[in-house]
Design a protein around this ligand. Structure first.
Ligand code: NAD
Length: 287
């Protein structure tokens, strides 16, 4: 088990943030994504973030160049097979993630930790796709934006080994994060609490309780939230919010309180995914 180089599978919002955080903490990171376009976006995000850190004097020019040099971008997992650690940050879908875990198990060395950044899916269920390697599977749940947010929720599956857990805690700390344990229930702690609140904000909007701006202002001014729940939903990705609600619905006895709001689902189906598509609850095309 070596953490000199990590492989990040999925180079979207979270994967690109995880890779950047590794690189700025002296760890090489290879991003593996099936989409060339997404890899291009991840690369330009990294360049912009590093340039910004230099302009704000949070990093020297030399440190920025070193971080950029630690990052690489590939479309096939085989090209990242020399990594000593792997973290999956692909689309929040059980079938997609299980296929990726099978591929990760075939690609990386047999002492490599196979972590997942899933927001809600059972770690034990994902690990069941690779029965012989279940002890190396663990939830390593980063928060958005990864370079800024301090928390890593660490979730052991039924068969995760103590060695894997200790190594995950150590890696989280070496990336400047604070690991906190949660048990393996759909949504863990963070999304079990956060997502029903976001969903309820959509219900309030649908029922005409208030317009989105007012719902967000009320929650910011009244509850001291840094961001209102609907603005946060756009930031997370409306598709990600819908998918997490569905994982909790299916994983928590099909309790209807976890069904995603119809307006949320309709926006996702119309391709309005939030910040990443330029349109969600709010419009971002003009910045
Ligand atoms: P995203 O849609 O921005 O990115 C997902 C990426 O996965 C895409 O670039 C896609 O091309 C890639 N992908 C899909 N299938 C793949 C495959 N087989 N191999 C390689 N890449 C593949 O999603 P995201 O917001 O970055 O979320 C990723 C994961 O992180 C999800 O499990 C999500 O629940 C979790 N998460 C998201 C947030 C958030 O705020 N967005 C926070 C914490 C955790």
């Amino acid at each position: 088990m070596s953490t000199k180089k990590i492989a990040v599978i999925g180079g979207g919002t979270m994967g690109s943030g995880i890779a950047l955080t590794a690189a700025t903490h002296g760890i090489d990171a290879v991003i593996i994504d099936i989409s060339e376009e997404q890899l291009g976006r991840a690369k330009s995000y990294h360049e912009k973030q590093c340039a910004r850190a230099v302009s704000k004097e949070r990093m020297t020019q030399e440190e920025s160049a070193e971080a950029i040099a630690r990052l690489s971008y590939v479309t096939s997992m085989a090209e990242g097979s020399d990594a000593g650690w792997a973290v999956e940050a692909a689309t929040e879908n059980v079938d997609i993630k299980k296929k990726i875990f099978i591929q990760m198990n075939e690609t990386f060395g047999n002492d490599v930790v196979l972590a997942t950044n899933t927001s809600s899916i059972s770690i034990t269920d994902l690990a069941s796709a690779i029965p012989e390697a279940q002890h190396r599977v663990i939830g390593m749940h980063f928060f958005n934006p990864v370079p800024v947010m301090k928390l890593v929720e660490v979730i052991k599956g039924n068969n995760t080994s103590e060695e894997t857990t200790a190594a995950t805690i150590a890696l989280s700390e070496s990336m400047g994060k604070i690991p906190v344990p949660a048990n393996d229930f759909a949504g863990f702690v963070s999304n079990r609490v956060l997502m029903p609140m976001i969903n309820e904000a959509f219900h309030a909007w649908s029922d005409g309780v208030a317009e989105p701006e007012d719902i967000d202002s009320i929650m910011k001014l009244g509850c001291a939230f840094p961001m209102g729940p609907l603005r946060l939903a756009d930031y997370i990705g409306l598709d990600v919010c819908r998918d997490i609600m569905m994982v909790m619905y299916n994983g928590l006895d099909k309790n209807p309180k976890y069904l995603p709001n119809e307006k949320l689902v309709a926006l996702v189906e119309a391709g309005s995914l939030g910040d990443k598509s330029g349109q969600g609850v709010y419009n971002y095309e003009k910045g």
